[in-house]
Design a protein. Structure first.
Length: 267
């Protein structure tokens, strides 16, 4: 059976510092304006820590797992008949995680805990690192969701030559000072993994003065831009075509020559 095309919506927005309810309300309004009815998209992608901004104040700001934001994501997924994904500052037991939720329209969900914790901000001192990757199948597509700093580590993002994913995505709070690196690494990951690749970043200035310029983007398997958000607050929606992906992999089967390797347990 032929894989159908997949429509994705990238939510690029400013975020209110440490104000989860306000951020949920803001994104609810953005989605309602951009997607006025059910069935217009298959996948909605939100930034990293989209309810708080990239905060190290886990003790005060973390939501208990499961919490109100997961409930909100379930509501949005059902409303739009789409998967909703993004990361949330989460307390699970005695540990804190930068946790990405992958929430389906029926209310079920999966989770991925950020593996590479950003040392320059002290993230590794506050949060526990994830130990395994997530691979989701959605409407015929295989999708690998990752978080921000993971983008710098190609082994963690690496496609499986025997059983490849189709779409690689990153949710981020990537600073404006390194915007060109963001763009370069997204292109590199798309090309080396022969997969559609998207990155969703935030806008504005956070509570510690870090500035963000967005530059959310969707790239094809050649590393060429299919859609770019620039520095606008927007919900960027684009349809990924299945045919070119499968055709290119058949014509130029580079993944078949990739090295075999096994990731060690990171725990």
């Amino acid at each position: 059976m032929m894989k159908k095309d997949l429509t994705v919506s990238l939510v690029q927005t400013t975020l209110h510092w440490h104000q989860p309810a306000e951020n949920r309300a803001l994104i609810t309004e953005l989605l309602a304006s951009a997607l006025p009815e059910k069935g217009l998209t298959d996948l909605i992608v939100l930034p990293e820590m989209f309810t708080t901004g990239f905060s190290m104040e886990a003790e005060a700001q973390a939501e208990t797992f499961p919490g109100p934001t997961l409930d909100w994501m379930r509501e949005q997924a059902a409303r739009y008949d789409a998967v909703v994904t993004g990361s949330v500052l989460t307390r699970d037991g005695s540990c804190f995680y930068n946790r990405l939720f992958w929430v389906r329209p029926d209310g079920s969900y999966s989770a991925y805990d950020k593996r590479h914790l950003f040392r320059l901000a002290g993230e590794h001192l506050v949060y526990s690192a994830g130990t395994s990757r997530l691979l989701e199948e959605w409407r015929g597509w295989r999708i690998r969701p990752l978080i921000c700093y993971d983008l710098r580590f190609p082994v963690w993002s690496r496609n499986d030559r025997h059983d490849p994913y189709d779409l690689l995505l990153y949710v981020a709070n990537w600073p404006q000072a390194r915007a060109e690196i963001w763009k370069t690494l997204l292109r590199a990951r798309a090309i080396e993994n022969m997969a559609y690749t998207l990155g969703v970043n935030r806008l504005g200035t956070d509570g510690i003065g870090q500035e963000y310029s967005g530059q959310s983007a969707l790239l094809d398997i050649h590393g060429e831009y299919l859609a770019q958000a620039g520095n606008l607050q927007t919900v960027l929606t684009h349809t990924l075509q299945a045919g070119p992906l499968e055709g290119y992999r058949e014509q130029l089967p580079f993944l078949l020559d990739a090295d075999d390797f096994m990731l060690k347990d990171c725990g």
